[in-house]
Design a binder for this molecule. Sequence first.
Ligand SMILES: Cc1cc2nc3c(=O)[nH]c(=O)nc-3n(C[C@H](O)[C@H](O)[C@H](O)COP(=O)(O)OP(=O)(O)OC[C@H]3O[C@@H](n4cnc5c(N)ncnc54)[C@H](O)[C@@H]3O)c2cc1C
Length: 437
Amino acid sequence: MKRAVVMGGSYAGLFAARVLSDFAEEVVVLEADDTIGTAGIGRRAPQRRQLHALLAMGHTQLERWFPGLTAELVAGGARLGEGDEVRFFVDGRPKASASGARMLGASRPFLESAVRGRVAALENVRLVTGRATGLVLERGRVRGVRTAGGEVLDAWFAVDAMGRSSRLGGWLEQEGWERAPVDRMKVDLGYATGTFRRGDELRDTVIVHSSAGPASGYQPTLTEPGGMVAVEDDRWSVVLAGYADDRPGTDPEEFRTRMRRGVEPLRTVADACAMTDEVVTYHFAESLRRDYGRLGRFPGGLVVVGDALTSVNPVYGQGLTLAALEANSLAVHLRSGAAAREPAWGYFRRASAVVGAAWQLSTTADLAQPHVTGPYPPGYRLTRWAGDRITEASLVDPAVDATYMNVVNMIEHPRALTRPAVLLRAARVLLTGSGRR
Ligand SMILES: Cc1cc2nc3c(=O)[nH]c(=O)nc-3n(C[C@H](O)[C@H](O)[C@H](O)COP(=O)(O)OP(=O)(O)OC[C@H]3O[C@@H](n4cnc5c(N)ncnc54)[C@H](O)[C@@H]3O)c2cc1C
């Protein structure tokens, strides 16, 4: 194709641009935010300031599309967590250590800036500051992207990577196309991230994740849910999360008090480390999925990626990995010989497989919260019961935990947890108490 225009130059837009650089003569990434800068913190995607964990699959995809980037990030101060350096807790209990997965400890701005640097260095990619305001469509296909300056950028192919609040649906509606059906799940989540100076207090810890589970009825009664990541510049990025009225605020002392109700690594940092920055909060009202694949017609030469397609409860850390897997879906679609200027049904079908898996995992877990009132998928009670038993077994049995962590890390589909071998093993562990640490 001649020119592809990516609307939105954050994580998903950058991955899409990397993929398109293999297929288009020229790729233009149009990013509205001129405040992202070298520090990588922009005004328009404020979630960048919250702790971001990159799941193992997201890390694999990062290396796939940007080989050597892990080494670059680690040389710049990021930490690579391996084996026991990655510590998961449920209801305050450490999980059986089983996963061979590696997880990268880096702040979102640091990670995203490195990706942006690599994309900017591609010969046929241009990063441009500007706001997309609409599409020019001709005979049912994308012909250009309108910008705030009144200019039209000719385009053979366009990507919506404008995040959760993308206006693509409205633009298409104005041109006589249908909006995509939207699935929603209200979660009413409060997030707060604090940053601490990192010393020698926990040398062998890179990632900590602590969640409520079956023993507490998924409530923060046994321990404070939260997480922390060792990031560049010798800092800990610490997140606390609470639902409905239990949202953490910006007061630093309250933040430390809540950390002291958490698992041992959180308590250690609360007691030993100085805060380096203000606490920043974020309210996440609902998960949403725009299902373009269910439409009867859609313009040719247009795809949607990242949060513009699906944005799920951040406590499961799936967003960046989803963006990368959608980039893979785009690459496979374009490589399949599909005509780039036709409707990209092949892309939407592939992307919906990964999106569906992430949606299933996050919404099934969200429904365990009493204030989340549906919609309940068919068979929810049984899924939930089985899920609880598998979580319990994963606390003590490395083999069950290996599958569990593969699902959490998006290496395997959630259906892996219902494989007979996994169910039998979990049942045996729970009935005989035969799990090994
Ligand atoms: C509190 C919180 C914590 C999270 N934690 C994690 C985590 O631990 N791990 C994880 O993997 N994910 C996490 N996520 C999810 C992750 O942040 C998102 O999935 C990710 O930012 C999606 O990237 P994106 O590029 O699709 O959208 P965004 O990052 O939102 O970027 C959209 C971009 O589009 C630009 N834009 C918008 N409109 C226009 C326009 N008209 N023209 C041009 N540009 C435009 C914006 O300026 C912005 O840069 C978290 C999310 C939240 C809210």
